[in-house]
Design a protein around this ligand. Structure first.
Ligand code: FMN
Length: 376
């Protein structure tokens, strides 16, 4: 399963795992893959704690950090401090949206104590909030890759990361976005099909991956969206990608922070139970469909706001999910891809990597045996 990107990054298998859990980052990297910590939910101070912990446990191996600077978001032209930007955005959130969200949660038996409910907080979905995260990440030498979701990172940030001797990756959902990344000097392009968990476009992986590979060659492309076994990695490599970037699978490992109740929800979900919804972040994001996503899509109810305003409303549901993970399933933010329909059980991270490698080899052998049977 080795591809040139393995040499470049010093890893055994081209398996990249996006996760919010430091334990999963360490377990993936130690099993021969490449763990990437999603930083969007962490303040710079919290991120520093997480990365120190990773450094202590990961040995000499590399890992990455994922930030989110969208191409477009509310307030992006405001040349102000984070505090001023936060204040400006807070004033743009209609009270009716906050009341609607609070009632929805309370009607589901989820408490939202005012002042402690996380509403009106600005998460790291802006350049102002992501820049300090990049500075924290670059202070950790084993952190060798910074990935950006939702847009091409600013040119000065790319230059800065390169000057520090690290690589830059960026997600995309179209050849057009991929071209912008490549022209800006992004080292690794992650092509995420519409079936993937989290923010995604509408085009499915099997169509998108080869289009992006063709568009940006020779820049390496990682395949994202719909990878939950080794045969799917074989398909990605057959379509010209150099590796697999996955997210949903890592919700279903023992090392993740997800509770057994949440993981049971994933086991029960079919591939038809996810929806692309703007109801949490303001941009289309694939997640488990539930009463929250339905309510924000219903006629007559408030329309989701743009990014990052909608999260200043939905943050109270996310806070409730953390505080009452097992009571809030019907209104929780559960980003996950259609691959959820494949999940049958919770596994150890190392067992997933081993399984994927074995399944990949089986898939390749299967192709060879078809050729042999046809006398090729
Ligand atoms: C719970 C969850 C949260 C995610 N959050 C982010 C994020 O903050 N930044 C990002 O670049 N991608 C995020 N993603 C997308 C993943 O990086 C990855 O591209 C995607 O999960 C791949 O598709 P898959 O879910 O089919 O594996 C998230 C995915 C999931 C499942």
């Amino acid at each position: 399963m080795r591809t040139p990107i393995c040499e470049e990054l010093g890893i055994e298998f081209p398996i990249f795992a996006f996760t919010h859990c430091r334990d999963v980052v360490v377990a993936v990297t130690k099993a021969g893959g490449f763990g990437v910590l999603g930083a969007v939910g962490f303040s710079p101070e919290q991120l520093e704690i997480e990365l120190n912990w990773i450094d202590e446990h990961i040995g000499d191996r590399p890992y990455g950090v994922d930030i989110v600077i969208p191409n477009k978001y509310e307030g992006m032209d405001a040349n102000t401090s984070t505090e001023e930007l936060t204040k400006m955005l807070q004033d743009m959130v209609p009270q009716g949206h906050l009341d609607f969200a609070r009632k929805l949660l309370n009607d589901h038996g989820v408490p939202t104590p005012e002042g402690e409910d996380n509403s009106l907080q600005l998460l790291g979905w802006t350049e102002a909030t992501a820049t300090p995260q990049v500075e924290v990440a670059l202070a950790h030498p084993k952190m060798t890759l910074i990935a950006n979701a939702l847009g091409t990172p600013p040119a000065d940030m790319i230059d800065h990361i390169h000057a520090e001797g690290r690589k830059v990756a960026a997600l995309c959902g179209s050849p057009y976005q991929a071209r912008k990344h490549a022209d800006a000097g992004v080292d690794i392009i992650i092509a995420q099909g519409g079936e993937g968990g989290g923010h995604c476009g509408e085009v499915g992986s099997i169509v998108l991956w080869p289009q992006v590979v063709k568009e940006v060659a020779p820049v390496p492309v990682l395949a994202a969206g719909g990878i939950g076994n080794g045969a799917q990695i074989a398909a990605a490599l057959a379509l010209g990608c150099q590796g697999a970037w996955s997210g949903s699978q890592w919700l279903m490992v023992e090392e993740s922070e997800n509770t057994p109740v949440q993981q049971d929800t994933y086991v029960k979900a079919t591939s038809r139970d996810t929806v692309r919804s703007r109801s949490f972040t303001g941009k289309p994001c694939r997640m488990l469909r539930n009463d929250w996503t339905d309510a924000w899509a219903a006629d007559g109810n408030p329309e989701p706001l743009g990014m990052p305003l909608q999260y200043m409303v939905s943050g109270m549901a996310v806070a409730a999910t953390h505080r009452y993970p097992d009571q809030s399933v019907d209104v929780a933010f559960n980003p996950v891809g259609q691959v959820v329909g494949q999940f049958e059980k919770v596994e150890k991270t190392a067992a997933v990597i081993q399984r994927w490698v074995e399944e990949y080899l089986e898939a390749v052998e299967h192709l060879n045996s078809l050729n042999a049977a046809a006398g090729v």
